[in-house]
Design a protein around this ligand. Structure first.
Ligand code: ADP
Ligand code: MG
Ligand code: MG
Length: 860
């Protein structure tokens, strides 16, 4: 069995399709090697070995050791150097790489293979002692922290104080003999804390590093990241052993990161950053501020031309925007990594559209390139241009969106403030992977250091949060919990506003306004609509919501809840009068007063949805929801109704229910008080006639909630049809009995609408209002993977829906089927609905683009 996959000299054992064995990094290193790109030779140990290593209690098999030795030999041949050799030593990097990229989650060790002897050899061979000792001190630092878990500050502090003593600002000012001294100091720090001497044997270094990468799969940071991004714990990470190339050899060397297009806007420009005389993480670590890529064109034109050709080669090959790591060693270019670039949703749209226009993708492929859920982020607010703003600083516009929040200076603080319901902005010199939890809890990030590819920037784009990076005028003191900027002192808890689109930092809370959708968005949604087969309707109760929904492309209303109309201020007293009336005559009187209100509402909403169907649901909630809850309200109502407080109290109490969700509501109410539904249907009829008289084409559908028994629907329909003949009547399927007897129910229904909120509640027997605390535990304990109120439970609730569809269609082939729960706007649930052949999904207006795209993706 193969555990180890070699790549080098234009040949590779693996390829890009082998991400599950080789991890993303390893698979792409193999692919790039085979493409003929300048990748330093090396090999990848498969993810399978990681899982075995963890299971077997940290040991390596004989077979693995043999395979590694043979791959190392091939690598030595390809590079013309020998690992652990005392004259011409090969150095390697040991890099983690899981199936999907987890930026910064697991650590890399560079320059491995150095010891007292090989460092001298390297120095002689390159005639560059400074470089050799710089590499060695970096190796000691990385090895100590990654392999031995030594806290990084011991050596960093040593380095800083050494530089201070010498009056240096930058690491690059350290001379060879400085570095030699530092190496001695570092080794004694190592000895002191690890209680052993720094390993001289390169093979010992190698195997320890490999083991450390495997172990890092289960470090808390990696686990947290996987938890947030729903990544399986059973994938493991691969290890890549890669021949070192050196960006720290002097002024003709360097290292950088580039994107084949701008990952923030999607613009077709070559975009990136680099540092001269630097190695590895220097660019992303934010210690020195990197230079923009266009300067490389001036400083090293030949290298730039090569890099440009790699850019177009990789983009065409992968048919996607790439994020590329490169190193220049004495004017020679090497490529160390490529992956599909993380991008803002805005950029994802533009890229998908541009690639289609450039003939690289079909519309169907383009549709699949944007995560439906992410469209949410486009609807992010921007600053209100008319709002007054006091700009106190400007940094790099690293991730778009405008947010306000209260300043906190640590990730932990961010988490605890957010847990109290505060909106926070995390302000740091720079962020690091340990901050992930706090970053998740923040509205946005503001950093003093780091560039557009810094940790904060990358994470922000991925999370769809606002970020301003490299805002160097901030003077932050974490210990004092304050910062000074532009002569102003800002303390923890003060309000700031960030505009991630311009990089402007403002004091206080500046008004924001909702996003206006770009031309790209419109084009993309048009394509989605062409491709999708299932329709998307909106859940909307008011003409305003209906208009909003139409502007997002809604094709009708799937759920118009009439009870919301009962809650309006001028109507509530009449509604209460209706509910508390002593007899039918009194109740009729009250209903007669309500009818014109309802009629006008319906005229508004039908007009707003002209040309489309509007499903109007008759009154659903238990009546006591409309009753007063405070003493003051009781007193006012008693006066309005001319009742004594005692009398009123008694009537209110008589409506009390122990279990209102399963109580006197929905069609049960319609049957015990038919005059309520009769009034509503009359209002629908009159509204329709008014609209028609105005020449409008309107299509109301009348929906009866909570039916579980065929005769409930039959009873109500027979009665209501007399008032409004020729109107479509249908019912919600939201209790299990309705689904199980859907054939019978369908005899009296022109349509079913699956009310999946209630159907989930009644199928599980989970109260919607009380389930949050135990569902949280269920998710933690993996008893449930998802909250069934957010994502349709396909095994249980979904099976009922499927069965009801089949029964309903058998008995009534013309029946129209739709869904109107919260699930109608959740991508995986939309996909499920599409697979059942539903006619439409209906969701809140804000989620229509998501549902539309998910429907299109399901249809491809
Ligand atoms: P990450 O997954 O965090 O990006 P990487 O393994 O890609 O970690 O490496 C960290 C840094 O070290 C990157 O800047 C990378 O380009 C650099 N690097 C890795 N291997 C080598 C190598 N063999 N030679 C030179 N630089 C390397
Ligand atoms: Mg990398
Ligand atoms: Mg319901």
């Amino acid at each position: 069995m193969s555990f180890v996959y070699f790549f080098g000299s234009g040949y590779a054992d693996g390829n890009a399709s082998m991400k599950s064995e080789l991890g993303g990094k390893g698979a792409n290193l193999a692919e790039m090697t085979a493409l003929g790109l300048p990748v330093p030779a090396g090999f990848t140990i498969s993810t399978r070995v990681c899982l075995d290593y963890i299971k077997e209690g940290s040991s390596f098999s004989k077979e693995l050791i043999l395979q590694v030795e043979s791959a190392l030999k091939k690598t030595e041949e390809a590079m013309g150097a020998k690992f652990a050799d005392s004259l011409n030593p090969l150095l390697v990097s040991v890099r983690s790489g899981a199936r999907v990229s987890m930026p910064g989650m697991m650590d890399t060790v560079l320059n491995l293979g150095l010891n007292e002897i090989t460092v001298e050899a390297l120095s002689k061979k390159t005639e560059n002692p400074r470089f050799a000792y710089d590499s060695y001190r970096r190796f000691i630092q990385m090895y100590s922290s990654v392999v031995k878990d030594l806290e990084t500050h011991y050596m960093e502090d040593e380095l800083e104080s050494y530089k201070k003593q010498c009056g240096y600002k930058e690491d690059t000012e350290l001379t060879a003999s400085d570095l030699k001294e530092l190496i001695v100091l570092f080794k004694s720090i190592y000895q002191k804390h690890i209680m052993e001497s720094f390993p001289e044997d390169p093979y010992e270094q190698l195997w320890n590093a490999i083991g450390a990468v495997f172990k890092s799969w289960n470090c808390p940071r990696a686990k947290k990241y996987r938890e947030i991004h729903s990544i399986s714990n059973d994938w493991g990470t691969a290890v890549n052993i890669c021949s070192m190339v050196y960006g720290n050899m002097g002024e003709t060397s360097g290292t950088g990161v580039c994107f084949t297009r701008d990952p923030s806007t999607g613009e077709n420009i070559f975009y990136g950053e680099f540092l001269i005389n630097a190695q590895g993480e220097d660019v992303v670590a934010g210690l020195r501020t990197p230079k923009s890529l266009y300067l490389l064109e001036k400083e090293m034109p030949e290298v730039f031309v090569q890099l440009e050709s790699v850019r177009s080669k990789l983009e065409r090959h992968y048919q996607d925007v790439q994020d590329i790591e490169f190193t220049i060693q004495e004017s020679k270019l090497y490529i160390l990594q490529t992956r599909n670039a993380k991008r803002t949703t805005q950029a994802a749209l533009k890229i998908a559209i541009d690639f289609t226009k450039e003939g690289l993708l079909t519309k169907e492929e383009a549709i699949l390139r944007v995560n439906a859920q992410d469209l949410d982020k486009l609807l992010h607010p921007t600053l209100d241009p008319r709002a007054h703003k006091q700009i106190i600083a400007k940094g790099l516009p690293a991730s778009p969106g405008a947010v306000s929040g209260r300043v906190v200076f640590t990730a932990l603080e961010a988490e605890s403030w957010a847990a109290r319901g505060e909106l926070v902005i995390l302000v740091r010199d720079e962020t690091s992977p340990e901050d992930i939890g706090g970053m998740y809890s923040s509205q946005g990030f503001l950093t003093a250091r780091g560039g557009m590819t810094s940790h904060a920037a990358v994470v922000a784009r991925q999370m769809g949060k606002c970020c301003i990076a490299g805002c160097s005028s901030l003077n932050i003191s974490q210990t004092l919990k304050s910062m000074k900027v532009a002569g102003i002192e800002i303390l923890e808890g003060d309000w700031l506003t960030l505009d991630g689109t311009t990089g402007e930092v403002m004091i206080g809370k500046v008004e924001t306004k909702n996003a206006e959708l770009s031309g790209d968005f419109t084009t993309f949604m048009e394509w989605a609509r062409e491709i999708r087969t299932m329709k998307v309707r909106a859940n909307a109760d008011t003409p305003r919501d209906a208009q909003y929904a139409r502007s997002f492309g809604a094709e009708g209303i799937g759920l118009c809840r009439t009870e919301h109309m009962f809650f309006e201020e001028n109507r509530l007293p009449v509604v209460r009068q209706m509910i508390l009336s002593k007899n039918n005559i009194e109740r009729k009187l009250a209903l007669d007063k309500l009818l014109p209100f309802q009629r006008d509402d319906f005229v508004g909403i039908l007009s707003a949805m002209e040309g489309f169907e509007v499903t109007i649901r008759l009154l659903d909630p238990p009546l006591h929801e409309f009753l007063p809850h405070t003493d003051k309200d009781m007193m006012i109502l008693a006066a309005q109704l001319g009742l004594s407080l005692d009398d009123l109290g008694q009537r209110v109490r008589s409506l009390h229910e122990a279990n209102p969700m399963l109580g006197h509501r929905g069609c049960r109410l319609g049957i015990s008080h038919p005059e309520i539904y009769e009034m509503q249907v009359r209002a629908i009829l009159e509204a329709t006639e008014i609209c028609k008289a105005q020449g409008k084409k309107v299509y109301p559908e009348i929906m009866i909630p909570l039916v579980g028994i065929e005769s409930e629907l039959k009873w109500l329909r027979e009665r209501l049809v007399k008032i409004a003949p020729h109107f479509p009547f249908g019912t919600m399927i939201e209790v299990p009995r309705a689904a199980l007897t859907a054939d019978k129910i369908s005899r009296h229904a022109d349509f079913f609408s699956f009310g999946t909120n209630d159907l989930t509640q009644t199928t599980y027997g989970f109260s919607r209002d009380d389930s949050a605390p135990f569902l949280r535990v269920y998710k933690q304990e993996s008893i449930l993977e998802e909250d069934p109120f957010a994502v349709i439970d396909q095994d249980g609730v979904g099976r009922l829906i499927k069965y009801a569809c089949e029964l309903g269609r058998q008995e009534n082939p013309n029946i129209k089927l739709g869904i109107c729960g919260e699930h109608g706007g959740e991508p995986s649930s939309v996909q499920f609905c599409n697979s059942l052949g539903l006619n439409y999904v209906s969701c809140s207006p804000f989620r229509i683009p998501i549902a539309m795209l998910a429907a299109a993706q399901a249809a491809v």
